[in-house]
Structure formats: C-alpha cells, structure tokens
Design a protein around this ligand. Structure first.
Ligand SMILES: [Zn+2]
Length: 456
C-alpha cells in the first residue's frame, strides 16, 4: 500500500520531462511544499474528513503554484489547491468551504471517467496531465517563477493536454449539486458556517459574467449555473451555524499563511501595497520579511523575522523562515540553529527536516554528516517520492565514504525527478556493492525494474 501511494505521488515528477519536451514549455515549479501551509490545510480539512467518514490519512492536499483560484480532486484521494485560492480567501471558512465541496466529490465517488483511467493503470499519465507540463515539486523559494496558467497565460497553455485535463475534470451538474449538499452537511456537522462556501461560489458567479468560461479553470471543472447558487443559498440559510466565526487562533494562522504566500508569489509592489511599511501587524511584517529575503536584502529580512520570533518563540515557521533565508544566502552554519529549533517545534514537518539536512550537508563539516544522514533518511522515508532530499542524502553518504548508499540515494533522486536512465545506471552500481537481500539491494532492484509511465 505504501509503495502504491509512493508511486502515485511520484507521478507529478516522473512525467514532467517528457511533457515539457513535447510541449516545449519552460519548466517551473508546479507543486509547492510548505510545511506551514500544509499543516494549516490539514487542520482545516480534518474535521470535514471526519464528518464525511473519510480517513484523513488517506487524503493528501497538494499545493499548486498557480495564482488563479482553483481546487480539484484527482485519484479519489488527492485534493489539489492553487496558491491563488489561499490568496483570495479572507477567512479560513472560505477555504474550509472549498475543501468541504471537494470532499463531497470524493465521498460521492464522482469523476467516474477519471477512475476508469486509473483502473486502466494509466494513472501516471493522467496525473501528469492534471498537473500540466514541467511539474516539479519544490519549496517556495526566492528565485521561483510563480505561474498564472489559469487566467492570463491560459491561451498559451491551452494545448491538447490542457483540453484533456479539463474534460477529465469537469463534473456533471448532478455531481455538483451532490457535492454542494454534502459540503453544507459537513459544515453543519462540524459547527461551521456555510457562508465561506457561498462567498466563494458567489465570487465565481460574478466573475463569470465578465470572464469567459473558457479561461476560468474552476468554472470549467465545477460548472456553476445560477440555480446552483440559489439552491446553495437556501441550503445555507437553514444552517444553525450561519453566523459562526472562525476561531481567532485559526484566523491568525490563516492571515500569516496568506501573508507568506503574497510575500513569495506576488509582485513586490503588490506586496507593499497590501502590507505597507507602517502596518506593524505580524502578517504584514512576515510578508515584508519574505519580500526582503526574496529581494536579497538579508539583513532587513533577518531583522523582521527576529522580531517575529521574539513575539512567538515557539512558532516553528518563523524559525524555518530564518533558517531558509540564511541557508539560501550561503550561511548554512547559521541556518542550523533556527532549523533545529523548527524541527523540535514541529517534528512531523518533513520539508523542515529536509531543509535542516540540506543545511547540515551544506556546511561541509564532516562532524555534521551523521546528523545530516539521520535527518535526510527520516525525511525520505516519510516522503519517498521527493527528489531533492535524496540528492543531499547522496552527498552526505558520499562524503562519509559510503559509496553504495550514495549511489542508491542518487538513483532514487534521479527516478523521482523522472530521469530513469540515470536512475538505472546508479541503481546497478549500488546493486553491485550492496549485499544481496539487504534492504538497500532490494530497493536498488525495485529501481532497476521501474519504468517511466506510459502515454495515455
Ligand atoms: Zn465541484
């Protein structure tokens, strides 16, 4: 089961080079990893999944580096959410509403066509298409290109793959109604207001009057006729929790995540208009800290982050941001302290652990290699589909003189990045050195047997 999940999760990466080549589209980071945002979304989703009778551990919420508003379900257990959705949502309740609606699709077993494709063992290429060309997973970083494939650039991106993706993802009208009804039910059962859900769909209805349906991905995959809004309104009005508000602590986390995403993804002038220098709130300083670090103004970034850390010493994400800013500015040794504190405060956050491992390797200090291997092994065991932590693990093993394990980690990095040829080369070298029957040997053998996903 675990391996099946790992294989499915790897699809995003594995198909990327072929697609990028075929469409001649420049690669960009499509899937984002961010521990803070992921934890917030898990916390939004957990009560909804419980109300829907779905095992939260079976569902993954994946962030897409796209500024248009979109969310969709693939594979019956992955909810994809665009950065743009989080940027537009004023309250947790609006995102919870979207998650409730998507959960309604999952619980209802919708998207039968997609399931058929999966049953035909073509899941790899299907998911590759869902994610578009050049899908590469990575952390939010200062140099990242942020995409906007759903709106302005839609014309250029509207290749054959995009059309197939949309037809695969478009729901039947009856499925939309069922998902809405289920969403309202889950919100009611969890004592949450349906207002956010309604606000989101109203926003779409209004924008739909001005924008062509063809360029709004959310409208294409979730058709929104007027009567649907009217039905949703009457359902919402019956809720005893219509006036319920999000808990202040959750709203505060939402505001911080939004500020961070703006800081990373929005144009600098947009960030400063939204979070101007005279705004002394924590989210505003967070957004400006991210903008400063992204603009290579490290001293300013550190001063803002240190202020935030002083106010919230237990917040792992402020420590992580400090560590990330230092690491990416070439100050790996100084990054270790904040990253160790971030891991201690949030031991389950795999992206932070991977960053700590990276920083430990990047110091070049042999005394830190054992800790690096420990952290990176932990991270890659929990998330075996990632590529970059395996690269750092390979470096750490190589410096320790453990060439077989370095080759194995390197093989995994190549496979997860979609380069099967190099993966096979490295795996065969590792196999020649590792004792037959050992876990490493078995893993190398698996990689030797792995093949790139076929075309649909
Ligand atoms: Zn829908």
């Amino acid at each position: 089961m675990r391996r099946a999940i790992a294989a499915a999760a790897a699809i995003a990466l594995t198909l990327a080079p072929a697609l990028a080549h075929a469409q001649d589209t420049p690669a960009k980071t499509v899937l984002l990893r961010d521990a803070e945002t992921e934890q917030l979304l898990r916390d939004y989703a957990a009560p909804i999944f419980r109300a829907a009778g779905i095992d939260a551990r079976a569902i993954e919420i994946i962030l897409i580096n796209d500024l248009s508003f979109n969310a969709f379900v693939a594979n019956g257990r992955k909810i994809f959410l665009n950065l743009g959705a989080l940027m537009e949502a004023e309250t947790p309740n609006e995102i919870v509403g979207v998650i409730a609606h998507e959960t309604g699709h999952i619980a209802g077993g919708h998207l039968a066509r997609l399931r058929d494709q999966i049953a035909n063992a073509k899941i790899l290429s299907v998911a590759g298409m869902l994610l578009g060309a050049g899908a590469v997973a990575g952390a939010m970083r200062s140099g990242d290109k942020v995409g906007n494939t759903g709106t302005g650039a839609a014309g250029a991106m509207m290749g054959g793959q995009e059309l197939i993706r949309r037809s695969l993802l478009s729901y039947q009208r009856s499925e939309e109604q069922a998902a809405d009804q289920a969403a309202v039910r889950y919100l009611r059962a969890t004592g949450q207001s349906p207002k956010g859900l309604l606000a989101t769909f109203r926003r779409f209805a209004e924008s739909g009057m001005f924008r062509s349906k063809a360029i709004d991905p959310y409208l294409v995959s979730h058709p929104l006729p007027d009567e649907r809004i009217a039905q949703l309104e009457s359902l919402a009005k019956q809720s005893p929790h219509l006036e319920a508000k999000d808990p202040p602590a959750l709203q505060a986390r939402h505001d911080l995540v939004r500020a961070k995403i703006y800081g990373f993804a929005a144009r600098p002038d947009t960030v400063l208009r939204r979070y101007p220098g005279h705004n002394a709130s924590a989210p505003a300083r967070y957004a400006r800290a991210v903008l400063a670090y992204r603009s290579a103004r490290l001293a300013e970034a550190l001063s803002l982050i240190d202020g935030l850390i002083k106010e919230q010493p237990g917040n792992p994400y402020f420590q992580e941001m400090k560590g990330q800013a230092l690491l990416e500015s070439g100050r790996a040794r100084e990054a270790i302290g904040p990253l160790r504190r971030a891991v201690a405060a949030s031991p389950g956050a795999v992206p932070i652990r991977a960053m700590l491992g990276h920083a430990l390797v990047a110091t070049g200090d042999p005394k830190l290699l054992d800790e690096a291997i420990r952290e990176l092994s932990n991270a890659t065991q929990r998330e075996p589909e990632t590529a970059e932590p395996f690269q750092h693990l390979a470096t750490a093993y190589g410096r320790k003189g453990n060439i077989a394990m370095a080759e194995l980690a390197s093989a995994q990095a190549f496979m997860n990045a979609g380069d099967f040829k190099m993966a096979h080369t490295q795996a065969s070298r590792a196999m020649a050195k590792l004792p037959p029957g050992s876990p490493g040997h078995v893993k190398a053998e698996d990689i030797m047997n792995a093949r790139p996903p076929g075309k649909i």
